[in-house]
Design a protein around this ligand. Sequence first.
Ligand SMILES: *Cc1c(COP(=O)(O)O)cnc(C)c1O
Length: 239
Amino acid sequence: MMNEKLISFLNIMSNALAQNLKNISAQIKKTAQQVNRAPTEVCLLVVTKTISAEQIQKILDLGITNLGENRVQEADGKFPLLRGNFTKHLIGHLQTNKAKMAAEIFDIIHSIDSIRIALALEKACAELDKILRVFIEVNLSGETTKFGVHANFKNDKNLQELISEIKKMPHLKLVGLMTVPPPVSTQEENRPFFRELKKLANKFQLSELSMGMSGDYSIAIEEGATIVRLGSAIFGERR
Ligand SMILES: *Cc1c(COP(=O)(O)O)cnc(C)c1O
């Protein structure tokens, strides 16, 4: 049996989640309006990596409908425990040996960065008779330690090639571009990366931009983000 102290602690915890969500929604709305965008153009994707199914359920009960995980296996363990309808996003790097499982579990994949992984997903989706929405992850900074196809506005050869290959794949629907900027000390430093991604998306006529995390989502919205991916702003810092 739960004692009263524990019950009141749990209440405080879900109130904190509700309060964080409220503040974030208000901030998204305010920022969008400041740059003459409709707040409904910006989707809040709640990033649940390392978060328990119990905590995630609270977020779903508060009305959230988009969840993002960055590992296939972790998502596979947690999603079946959750009640309610939600769209499942994979935001982390995907290896070809996990493509089949990813195709089964997720609705949207943000991290396509090679023809190889796109082909593996296409094959898996053909077997499942399923259409998967995908983003191409772009590495704009040229950091070699990071995932994503290396491209920028001046040199988009790799990106162009990947886009044209994906467009030939009947079970993958390419919706947009995604990026994770390099770690910086102020969020303003990320603005050029967001702006660059937007320019690339315009050039290739892709409408969705998955960019902006807890520390910089306002800047990303100012620069055109249509999906912001937030974890720690909602759940607190991860260990
Ligand atoms: C963890 C993660 C996020 C969320 O990061 P926060 O700073 O906690 O908001 C967003 N995108 C990707 C790809 C991530 O791995």
